[in-house]
Design a protein around this ligand. Structure first.
Ligand SMILES: Cc1cc2nc3c(=O)[nH]c(=O)nc-3n(C[C@H](O)[C@H](O)[C@H](O)COP(=O)(O)O)c2cc1C
Length: 189
């Protein structure tokens, strides 16, 4: 039996009824048998201040530890004003600092996102992919899981009810696990 691939899931919304947090919860139920998916909540991470980067708050130290411990990352992002929410960008920035001590470098990753609009976070996802270039994160390209019209795909309790979306998430996680193993193999891990 191969060692399970440990995925760390991060949602870019703090909202109680968040569709993106709900999509991440759904993903924890759709993860392949040869992987695990744990969630890190971004609540309580203060605004980034470069004066503090050598001595970061405890939540940031813990966040970086969890990223480093994970074999792969799943980011579930809302779209705010055609980009990713500040809360997610802030957390990404903290974990990338100080220079030379980024927790992101070399991590395989997958992206998905849910929006109440029709475009399903496409613009936010492409901004995230742009950040991955500098962060040296290795995202999988497909499937692109852009959950548009989210209000129609979750029930009032925040359960994902749309079977097509579930299939996309299953495939995304399958591809992430395979991609992570390929990268580990190429590094002789
Ligand atoms: C500040 C703000 C900006 C938003 N901008 C966009 C946007 O650019 N594109 C979009 O599809 N939805 C946008 N929305 C609507 C979000 O899709 C919607 O609020 C969604 O529920 C947020 O994700 P969540 O449910 O995980 O909190 C915006 C919402 C907020 C609060």
């Amino acid at each position: 039996m191969m060692k399970p691939v440990r995925i760390l899931g991060i949602a870019g919304s703090l909202r109680r009824g968040s569709y993106n947090r709900a999509a991440l919860r759904a993903a924890t139920q759709l993860v392949p048998e040869d992987a695990t998916l744990d969630v890190f909540e971004l609540d309580g991470i203060p605004a980034f201040n470069q004066d503090e980067e050598q001595n970061p708050p405890a939540q940031v130290t813990e966040f970086k530890r969890r990223i480093r411990e994970a074999d792969a990352i799943l980011i579930v992002t809302p779209e705010y004003n055609y980009s990713i929410p500040g809360v997610l960008k802030n957390a990404i920035d903290w974990a990338s600092r100080p220079y030379g001590d980024s927790a992101w470098s070399g991590k395989p990753a997958a992206i998905m996102g849910a929006s109440i609009g029709t475009i399903g976070t496409a613009r936010a996802q492409y901004h995230l992919r742009q950040m991955f270039v500098f962060l040296n994160v290795f995202p999988i390209n497909q499937p692109e899981v852009m959950i548009g019209n989210a209000a129609e795909r979750f029930d009032a309790q925040g359960n994902l009810t749309d079977e097509t979306t579930k299939d996309f998430i299953r495939q995304l996680l399958r591809n992430l696990v395979d991609w992570t193993r390929r990268i580990a193999q190429s590094q002789g891990v």
